[in-house]
Design a protein around this ligand. Structure first.
Ligand code: ADP
Length: 489
């Protein structure tokens, strides 16, 4: 049923105007008339008609140009063009600019009302669809906005520090916890600034440098007031990198107290152990002992020696962790490897192991503590010997690459179960497949890792059960400063 929509008529011909007026009012449309273009503009602004009907050459102008201008300002306005006669060319152009329909003389009342009704219905359908789409898109945008707001609130309030950098290492986001950690004013605008300028902390610099080669680097950031943050870098595709930080100061304090306790106990155990061993050694000198007594004495000696070795390892670990023996000098690595192998050669021969040694040209050097580096080799090669069955292979590889020296110690021993691999560098940890009768305190690799850490290196193991293990140590190469030769006169 026709409705009381407003139809705006922009027609010059009085007869046609009356025909339209009559036809439309007869079916209850409201009709407004614009006699010239200013009146048409005014009516459009003020009344938002359901349909505008523009006659050909209205007010001496080009009807298509008028319609195009109108649709540019009011893109959803239904427009109908009344042509003087059928012209497929003009109809094509009219449809092209977005006109709803074209009518041409001679006209019948029914034809007029039908065309008006169709144009309005079509516009209504488009309007409904647009409203539905707008509602749907707005709801989805609102949902995403809510999610973003939630995320924003979480990042703002969590106790962990969060820093997001772009791929040029400029700051995109730094949350209040991270600002507090680095002593940055909460309202200081640092967005877009280089992280190295805003947060010039050497430990953070090391972490970011490492993120270039290592996909998930981790480092501890220590502040002068004793606070320690555990920081982790994670690459974020198409954005850059995220750094998350947790305050581990209290864990470090507990660790320090525990280390001090262990150190004190180990230290106090040394003297009584030396005394026990001394007196046990004297037993057969002060009187005759029978075979069984000799056997028991031997067992006591072995046990006391194991405890003494454990206590010594603990004291060593304490010293390394506390950063003693930190003096460093330029160390030629080949020399240290030869020295370690010489000391262990007796054990290698005894177990009939085949040793392969691959050293690079040029004897790479590094800055380090020779005693600790020697200890590192003793432990790694010592383990390879200890865990590899008789007749097995041991390979020691050294190579220098870019600014690093890479040391690999491989064996054909029992390998380490995957579940144990992440823990073998922890204190007192022994893998579940340690062969029966192979002794050890579980401290050797903890000592090795501390030495590697003290030399700014990295260590990891690759191992296959039943096939063997390879321990890889990467240490910074010593680069001799290049000085220009003095000019000779
Ligand atoms: P341990 O005194 O027990 O040898 P380490 O700290 O040196 O202690 O090593 C920790 C554990 O790692 C060992 O108990 C062993 O299970 C495993 N492991 C270390 N090196 C090897 C190796 N070359 N082959 C197989 N297992 C190894």
């Amino acid at each position: 049923m026709p409705k009381s929509d407003l139809i705006l008529l922009a027609l010059d011909d009085e007869q046609i105007l009356q025909l339209f007026e009559r036809a439309l009012t007869a079916v209850s449309y409201h009709v407004a008339i614009a006699r010239d273009r200013p009146a048409l503009d005014k009516a459009l602004q003020e009344s938002s008609p359901a349909l505008v009907i523009i006659g050909q050459n209205f007010d001496g102008g080009d009807e298509l140009e008028i319609a195009a201008g109108m649709l540019e300002r009011f893109p959803t306005q239904p427009v109908l063009i009344l042509l003087l006669k059928d012209s497929p060319e003009l109809v094509k152009k009219a449809i092209h600019i977005g006109v709803s329909d074209c009518l041409y003389a001679p006209l019948h009342t029914e034809e007029i009302t039908k065309s008006v009704e169709n144009s309005i219905k079509r516009a209504d359908r488009i309007g409904d669809w647009t409203r539905r789409e707008v509602k749907r898109t707005t709801a989805s945008l609102q949902h995403r906005l809510d999610e973003l707001k939630k995320l924003d609130t979480v990042v703002e309030h969590i106790e962990d520090g969060v820093i997001i950098l772009d791929d040029q290492m400029n700051l995109l986001l730094i949350n209040p916890a991270a600002r507090r950690g680095f002593g940055l004013w909460q309202d200081e605008d640092v967005n877009g600034k280089p992280v190295n300028e805003v947060l010039p902390h050497p430990d953070l610099k090391i972490l970011l440098n490492e993120s270039i080669t290592n996909p998930l680097p981790h480092n501890e950031i220590t502040f002068e007031d004793g606070r320690v943050l555990s920081a982790q870098c994670t690459p974020i595709p198409r954005i850059g990198v995220a750094i998350t930080m947790q305050d581990i100061t209290y864990l470090k304090q507990i660790d320090r107290l525990k280390n001090e306790f262990v150190h004190t106990v180990s230290h106090d155990l040394r003297s009584p152990l030396t005394a026990i061993l001394g007196y046990v050694d004297l037993l057969d000198r002060v009187g005759p002992v029978n075979d069984q007594q000799r056997e028991f004495i031997h067992r006591v000696q072995n046990s006391v020696q194991s405890i003494t070795a454990l206590v010594n390892d603990l004291l060593e670990l304490g010293r390394i962790e506390a950063g003693f023996d930190s003096q460093k000098e330029v160390v030629p690595l080949e020399g240290i490897i030869h020295y370690a192998l010489e000391t262990l050669s007796g054990q290698i021969t005894e177990k009939k192991l085949n040793l392969h040694l691959n050293l690079p040209q040029g004897n790479p050097q590094m800055r380090g503590n020779p005693i600790r580096l020697r200890q590192l080799l003793d432990n790694l090669i010592g383990n390879a010997i200890k865990y590899t069955p008789e007749g097995g292979e041991i390979t020691v590889d050294l190579e220098s690459q870019n600014e690093q020296v890479i040391l690999r110690i491989s064996d054909t021993g029992p390998g380490i179960p995957p579940a144990d691999q992440p823990h073998i560098f922890e204190k007192f940890y022994r893998a579940s497949n340690v062969p029966k009768g192979v002794g050890g305190s579980g401290l050797g690799l903890a000592i090795v890792r501390s030495i590697v850490d003290n030399h700014q290196g990295r260590i990891w193991v690759d191992s296959l059960l039943g096939q063997g293990s390879t321990f890889t140590v990467v240490l910074p190469l010593y680069m001799q400063a290049v000085t220009k030769p003095a000019k000779t006169p």
